[in-house]
Design a binder for this molecule. Structure first.
Ligand code: ADP
Ligand code: MG
Length: 216
């Protein structure tokens, strides 16, 4: 696949919603150790809402899809992460506007704009024990690949490595900041969500590629 259109983006969104919902308890548990225990509930409600609202759109463009997802994150996720995941999608709308088929550089632009937005809004850098620890390396890894298949694979691996790396860290942003040294020993829930998102996309992509090669 050299390009993706809205129907495929919607299917990717469905794969993400399924993945985060199946990991709701794990994400709540991680957030219970570092914050208030609601992250899994917040994230799965928001992606389920995004999916439902996207399904209700009439022939949406990719940028319509991004905007709908942004609003669902802001309205349904709540908390710090709602504003941040909302910003991640919201900043991706402009680079996608007017395009029906997205090539890899279009998605790269949307992800890069989203990452900058998240960092600007949350003021977190890599090493602060937040979602940025997974998101930044994932976006860089995606950009470093030649095509979508390699890009999603590298992004998923980089996001997972980033999420795992947060375990040893002490938090400098978010609620976990107040725990000081006690935050160390637990993976950051937001970074784990980012890893789950890229892993779900990567798995979806591999599946879609297998199906299309069987057709040939
Ligand atoms: P809340 O902390 O409001 O309960 P959630 O539990 O849904 O929100 O999300 C917590 C996650 O949000 C954290 O694990 C972290 O990844 C992310 N987060 C919190 N503050 C920031 C920030 N300033 N920058 C980036 N990410 C942040
Ligand atoms: Mg929380």
């Amino acid at each position: 696949m050299m390009t993706v259109e809205a129907t495929q983006l919607a299917a990717m969104m469905e794969a993400i919603a399924r993945r985060v919902s199946s990991k709701r308890a794990l994400l709540n548990r991680l957030d219970a150790a570092l914050g208030d225990g609601d992250h899994g509930t917040n994230v799965s409600a928001a992606f389920a809402a995004a999916l439902e609202e996207i399904a209700a759109l009439d022939q949406p463009s990719p940028s319509d899809l991004w905007l709908t997802a942004a609003k669902a994150m802001m309205n349904r996720m709540g908390g710090a992460s709602g504003a941040l995941f909302g910003t991640l999608f919201f900043k991706g709308v402009a680079p996608l506007r007017g395009k029906d088929r997205l090539n890899k550089s279009d998605l790269e632009a949307a992800l890069q704009a989203g990452l900058l937005g998240v960092k600007d809004r949350g003021q977190a850098e890599v090493g602060d024990k937040t979602m940025v620890d997974a998101l930044e390396p994932a976006v860089i890894a995606f950009a470093s690949a030649e095509d979508f298949a390699a890009g999603w694979g590298r992004a998923a691996a980089a996001a997972r490595r980033g999420a795992v790396s947060t375990k040893a860290l002490v938090a400098r942003q978010g609620r976990a900041k107040y725990l000081g040294e006690r935050a160390s020993g637990h993976c950051d829930p937001g970074a784990t969500t980012v890893a789950l998102i890229f892993e779900a996309i990567d798995d979806w992509w591999k599946e879609a590629r297998n199906l299309s090669s069987h057709k040939l």
